[in-house]
Design a binder for this molecule. Structure first.
Ligand SMILES: [Zn+2]
Length: 194
């Protein structure tokens, strides 16, 4: 965690804290299904939120704001450069951890916070299937890395997305900025750049 001043650190600790409820939902579901797990195990690829050691599955529950969720990331109105840098740093760390773990024979499952909140049962089912299946399909994992305002009031924006596993795979979207809390970003246009 980057040093960002006490108040913000405390706030981040609360938001990214170890016992956020999406993570608890997942832990409870794994437990109920008889899968034993460990928490925040130190690995060469960071500390995954939940680790099912027996099947070498590392699960991260990624917050929609901090990890650049394509559906929910909302650029704060001020300090654009700061937030772009922060986002890029977080996404790069996620990529480093994911690739490192996969290189070392782990299967890595990155779950969005909103998936757990919106569809807890379906998400749990997916996690359990992954835990029981020897191979995990590496699905595209898009992350917002940069956002530019396209008009003076900043209601229309251009978002740049990168795939978590393939840094060279880029996507650009024109979107209507969400203002509603936990609102879903509305895409007007989308294209692959590479
Ligand atoms: Zn989201």
């Amino acid at each position: 965690v980057t040093q960002m001043g006490l108040t913000r650190s405390q706030n981040m600790a609360r938001i990214r804290g170890r016992d956020t409820s999406p993570e608890l939902i997942i832990r409870r579901g794994l437990w109920d299904a008889g899968l034993r797990y460990r928490l925040h195990v130190k690995t060469a690829g960071g500390r995954p939120d939940v680790v099912v050691t027996r099947v070498r599955l590392a699960i991260f529950v990624d917050g929609c704001f901090w990890h650049g969720c394509p559906e929910h990331y909302v650029r704060p109105r001020s300090r654009n450069d700061f937030w772009d840098a922060k986002l890029r740093e977080n996404v790069h760390r996620d990529r480093r951890q994911t690739l490192k773990l996969e290189e070392q024979g782990w299967r890595v499952l990155r779950i969005w916070e909103h998936e757990v909140r919106e569809q807890p049962e379906r998400t749990l089912k997916r996690i359990l299937e992954c835990a029981l299946r020897p191979r995990l399909r590496k699905a595209p994992a898009w992350r917002v890395v940069k956002v530019e305002a396209l008009d003076a009031i900043g209601s229309l924006e251009r978002r740049y997305l990168e795939d978590l596993r393939f840094a060279g795979r880029l996507r650009e979207q024109i979107c209507v900025r969400v203002t509603r809390k936990l609102g879903r970003v509305r895409r007007v246009a989308s294209r692959h750049l590479l």
